[in-house]
Design a binder for this molecule. Structure first.
Ligand SMILES: Cc1cc2nc3c(=O)[nH]c(=O)nc-3n(C[C@H](O)[C@H](O)[C@H](O)COP(=O)(O)OP(=O)(O)OC[C@H]3O[C@@H](n4cnc5c(N)ncnc54)[C@H](O)[C@@H]3O)c2cc1C
Length: 449
């Protein structure tokens, strides 16, 4: 067993990589993060991510306490309702969610950019930007070298691939591990929340998260993101002096990503989209949701007309195949780098955070001399692989996230839509079923199995 304090190299300053970096630094373990983007605001996909009890727990365990409080304070107001609606704004079902009084047992929405900025706070000496990792070499003395596109290298005792779905490290380390196209495409738009756009939404939709089960094989989700800042970027009054002080101090305020907005994501099988949609940008891409939603309620279409053209993006949804266990070594993987999953259950970021906290715990034991680094990695991988790929399978089964879902078939699609709406309608109306549905929602989002 090496008696030297380990140095950990993390590739990717995303959700999982930065959570791990914080945890290691808090534990006094030397760590360096290498990120391909050139600045802290480059390349941010989408606008919103839902963090539930699993992700909250990991962040609480890895972040300095004040930074965890900052994460909680920078999340949007928690949704009060989970609604299921139709394309005509008819409410099929509405479930009241739990009040957001517990920092961990809550389901929160956060802007991806804000989450990244929270995770980068205070880490200037740890994160190296503009470093695209191209591969690695493992040495007989137990060390590992990461290689970068600019010709530089970095040496450490462990290399952690936190470099997302297209991981360069996974390609070299586990060439048999595959990610694949799930066959569906998402179009995400951001609509500024103004008095007018707010007035277009029914009360429960305005206060909640709404899943849209529409006809003709179109699905959607609508989130209203309201923060603790007003439209001028000043901290709103009445949020409590401790939180106001915390937010005034937070350097993330330097970046303008704190205004309220409505996030709508529409998705369907890729067959419904133009073949070159991934190359569409701006105004062209804004027109696409309007074409997909012909015949929808005028208020929903008007919301889409207010989309910010600079923010609309098309996302090709990916998934991954389970990988059989392999012999542990001085290279490991976390998050999307190993178990890319569709957004079907909103679990990818939560699972990446869970991986980070689990690996951090194992590495602390290695640093304390309880086990070798390779044993710590083996124990981490033995726990991570089953739950990681269980989440991949769940996410593929949900809400038309697979392009081959029954919802997209000609006749059976209509029956599946009626069955799905019927299920939600019944569940929300029978008290026992309603309570179980909400319990299951929180249990799943906080699952440790
Ligand atoms: C539309 C959509 C909605 C979603 N909603 C949710 C949700 O509500 N809840 C949820 O839990 N999950 C959600 N997810 C999934 C979630 O976004 C991902 O699972 C999560 O971001 C994965 O985190 P990660 O740390 O593994 O990777 P990432 O956050 O993707 O980070 C990877 C990092 O590695 C960097 N990188 C890549 N290659 C290299 C390289 N060669 N060298 C150096 N750096 C590199 C990237 O620039 C990036 O910063 C959603 C996904 C999508 C597409």
């Amino acid at each position: 067993m090496s008696s030297r304090a380990p140095h950990v190299l993390i590739i990717g300053a995303g959700t999982g990589g930065m959570c791990l970096a914080h945890g290691l630094r808090m534990a006094g373990i030397s760590v360096a993060v290498y990120e391909r983007h050139r600045t802290r605001t480059d390349g941010l996909l989408g606008y919103r991510v839902g963090i539930g009890p699993t992700g909250n727990r990991a962040l609480r365990d890895c972040l300095p306490p004040e930074l965890f409080d900052t994460f909680v304070a920078t999340c949007a107001r928690s949704p009060r309702y989970f609604n299921v609606i139709t394309q005509t704004l008819h409410q099929t079902a509405s479930f009241e969610l739990r009040p957001d009084i517990d920092p961990v047992n809550a389901d929160r929405s956060v802007s991806r950019m804000t989450l990244r900025q929270v995770l980068l706070t205070g880490m200037d000496d740890v994160v190296h930007f503009d470093k695209t990792c191209t591969g690695f070499e493992q040495h007989d003395d137990g060390t590992v070298t990461a290689m970068f596109a600019d010709g530089s290298t970095a040496d450490g005792d462990l290399l952690v691939a936190a470099d997302g779905t297209h991981s360069a490290i996974r390609r070299q380390y586990l060439p048999h591990a595959h990610t694949e196209d799930a066959g569906s495409i998402n179009i995400a738009v951001k609509i500024p929340l103004t008095d007018h756009t707010r007035s277009l939404l029914p009360d429960r939709v305005r206060q909640g998260i709404s899943l849209i089960f529409a006809t003709h094989g179109i699905m959607g989700i609508l989130h209203v993101m309201e923060f603790r800042w007003d439209q001028d970027g000043s901290v709103r009054s009445g949020i409590g002096s401790a939180d106001a002080e915390l937010l005034e101090r937070w350097p993330g305020l330097l970046y303008d990503n704190t205004r309220d907005y409505i996030n709508i994501i529409l998705w369907s099988t890729a067959r419904k989209f133009p073949a070159d949609v991934m190359r569409w940008r701006g105004e062209d891409l804004v027109r696409l949701p309007l074409e997909l939603t012909r015949g929808w309620h005028p208020n929903l279409r008007e919301l889409l007309m207010h989309s910010d053209p600079g923010s609309v993006i098309a996302i090709k949804v990916a998934t991954s195949e389970p990988v059989p266990p392999w012999q542990a070594s001085t290279v490991t993987l976390l998050g999307d780098a190993i178990h890319t999953m569709t957004p079907g259950r909103g679990a990818g970021a939560n699972t990446a955070l869970r991986d980070a906290a689990l690996l951090c715990g194992q590495l602390k034991r290695a640093a304390a001399g309880d086990k070798t680094i390779v044993q710590a990695v083996a124990d981490y991988e033995a726990a991570m692989l089953p739950y990681g790929f269980a989440r991949v399978a769940d996410s593929l089964r949900n809400n038309g996230t697979s392009g081959d879902d029954r919802l997209y078939r000609p006749v059976i699609g209509r029956l599946s839509l009626m069955a799905a709406r019927g299920y939600f309608a019944l569940t929300s109306r029978v008290p026992r079923l309603r309570e179980k549905f909400v319990d299951d929602l929180y249990t799943y989002r906080g699952a440790e199995g």
